[in-house]
Design a protein around this ligand. Structure first.
Ligand SMILES: *[C@@H]1O[C@H](CO)[C@@H](O)[C@H](O)[C@H]1NC(C)=O
Ligand SMILES: *[C@@H]1O[C@H](CO)[C@@H](O)[C@H](O)[C@H]1NC(C)=O
Ligand SMILES: *[C@@H]1O[C@H](CO)[C@@H](O)[C@H](O)[C@H]1NC(C)=O
Ligand SMILES: *[C@@H]1O[C@H](CO)[C@@H](O)[C@H](O)[C@H]1NC(C)=O
Ligand SMILES: *[C@@H]1O[C@H](CO)[C@@H](O)[C@H](O)[C@H]1NC(C)=O
Ligand SMILES: *[C@@H]1O[C@H](CO)[C@@H](O)[C@H](O)[C@H]1NC(C)=O
Ligand SMILES: *[C@@H]1O[C@H](CO)[C@@H](O)[C@H](O)[C@H]1NC(C)=O
Length: 458
């Protein structure tokens, strides 16, 4: 079935580890190898921090969470739900409780409706905009028609990202407008050899259709219907570990625009991104005070589950083994919708309003020891303490965070951390050669590092 999603986005987790490290809430426990989340904040976010609520929804890493069922089951592929030619199907991450029938996309940052599509914006003091699909894809053909942003330090991304950090990327550097970069990761393990570069006509001026055809045994990247790269699963075999280092777990479609060129990021990241972002008002790459990428459509064809899949239902994907491989996935009828942002996979109804009136989100009052509930939002996400947070755009968690215990960095809480990063990740790329065993990092952090590495090698 063809699912038509208009533009959306993938976003890569963008920002660099440094960003996260400098802005992450001091109160959120971190998670990673040999360091699962504690019972009271059981869910390990894609950024390597523990919490409840939205931490347990998209991006929740089952391996590093308190239990496999801490993370909420992932809604199965349903392309018809992906349309986003406007913002009707887009819900702010701080308001989404897991009912994929109510939203096709969860947003962080400031998406804007524009001309039959959606703009991903990046303004000074923010970490950009991320749209992530509420439905997952477990093999499918996903294409996005988009125009990238432009300018030094500004990166546009269209990726697939799984909860255990299998990742398939298209990324675009704002200073290299005649090129798309492709990449893939298996469980977030860095490999400097995985990146590809593909010539195309100006990606800012021209809308192109970028397509990822993800099958159990082959992965193909295409631009405007022309295959630019093919990867065979068989070529990813690692004889040492006896595993295929191939993306193989249910993934969200993500579209994003993020600031790799921030002074607070690693030097290698900044260089990869073409330098520091120019925030001067006269910069021709900015309009209305922001950089932007535009997506006009996203189409998804869902493939049938692989033969041999453990299928007892047709509603959600669930991990039933810590290996985090294709054989750890079951397709079940277990659906979970949180009663509030205090809920978790284990206790979905926690914090649910008893009568009408009580907001589900914890108020901003209790400022200590309340678990984080919106990953990446708490504690800011940028290095500009004066950033206003553009709450007019519905930026997730702008201003007062929706979860207690945030703000440790002193930031005003603008935006979210697109960047992953946790134990072992260093803002400084020198320390970021982290394979999953040493530390988990959000996808594009790996992408960054990998690309930088590739450049150094060349
Ligand atoms: C295979 O896995 C081992 C252990 O994680 C790793 O050190 C090695 O680099 C991998 N080989 C390849 C070709 O990726
Ligand atoms: C930033 O953009 C402004 C306006 O276009 C320009 O005058 C200035 O030279 C740029 N700065 C850098 C470092 O490129
Ligand atoms: C998982 O991958 C292995 C190795 O390619 C394959 O033999 C097996 O059939 C796959 N299982 C599923 C459920 O896709
Ligand atoms: C299939 O998945 C279900 C639900 O997670 C699990 O209980 C069962 O053990 C799995 N079966 C196999 C053979 O892995
Ligand atoms: C923040 O605002 C204060 C007061 O307006 C100003 O002195 C300071 O330089 C600003 N800091 C930044 C990083 O813009
Ligand atoms: C933050 O909370 C304080 C106190 O509740 C309130 O005065 C202020 O307006 C809030 N700021 C935002 C941006 O919501
Ligand atoms: C980068 O990492 C190295 C090694 O950990 C450290 O010595 C250096 O100070 C770091 N540089 C920056 C800018 O953080």
């Amino acid at each position: 079935m063809v699912r038509s999603l208009a533009s959306a986005a993938a976003a890569s987790l963008a920002a660099a580890a440094a960003l996260l490290l400098t802005t992450a809430s001091a109160s959120a426990p971190t998670c990673g190898p040999n360091n699962p989340c504690p019972a009271d904040s059981p869910c390990c976010s894609q950024y390597g921090q523990c919490g409840v609520g939205a931490y347990c929804l998209g991006g929740c890493d089952p391996i590093f969470s308190h239990q496999l069922d801490s993370c909420v089951p992932a809604p199965v592929c349903d392309g018809s739900k992906f349309n986003i030619d406007n913002l009707n199907g887009v819900t702010d991450i701080a308001k989404y409780l897991g009912d994929a029938s109510t939203a096709n996309w969860v947003s962080s940052g400031s998406p804007l409706e524009y001309n039959g599509g959606v703009l991903l914006t990046l303004s000074q003091g923010s970490v950009g905009t991320l749209l992530a699909s509420t439905h997952y894809v477990w093999y499918g053909k996903i294409s996005a028609k988009l125009r990238t942003s432009q300018g030094a330090g500004v990166v546009t991304a269209f990726i697939l990202m799984s909860d255990v950090k299998d990742e398939i990327d298209f990324e675009f550097i704002g200073t290299t407008l005649n090129q798309a970069q492709s990449n893939y990761y298996w469980q977030g393990v860095l490999d400097y050899e995985n990146g590809g570069k593909h010539d195309t006509s100006n990606t800012f001026d021209n809308e192109h259709e970028y397509e990822i055809d993800w099958q159990p045994d082959t992965l193909t990247w295409s631009i405007d219907g022309k295959v630019v790269r093919t990867l065979k699963k068989s070529d990813t075999w690692n004889a040492t570990t006896g595993s295929f280092m191939y993306p193989q777990t249910p993934s969200r479609v993500q579209l994003s625009l993020w600031p790799a060129g921030l002074a607070s990021n690693g030097k290698g990241t900044i260089e990869w991104a073409g330098g520091l972002i120019n925030w001067s008002a006269g910069s021709p790459a900015m309009q209305n005070g922001y950089y932007y990428a535009s997506v006009s459509s996203v189409d998804v064809t869902c493939y049938d589950p692989p033969s041999g899949a453990n299928k007892t239902g047709d509603k959600t994907y669930v991990y039933n083994a810590l290996a985090g491989t294709n054989n750890s996935i079951a397709i079940t009828d277990t659906s979970v919708i949180l009663g509030s942002l205090q809920g978790t996979g284990e206790e979905p109804d926690k914090g649910k309003a008893k009568a009408s009136g009580t907001a589900s989100a914890p108020s901003s009052s209790s400022s200590t020891s309340v678990p984080e509930s919106v990953p990446g939002v708490s504690g800011g996400g940028n290095s500009d303490p004066n950033a206003s947070g553009s709450s007019d755009q519905g930026g997730a968690g702008a201003g007062n965070s929706s979860n207690g215990g945030s703000g440790g960095s002193g930031s005003s809480g603008t935006g979210f951390s697109q960047g992953g990063g946790a134990s072992g990740a260093s803002g400084n790329n020198s320390g970021a050669a982290v394979a999953r065993p040493e530390g988990i990092v959000g996808g594009s952090v790996f992408a960054l590092v990998a690309c930088v590495g590739a450049m150094l090698v060349l």
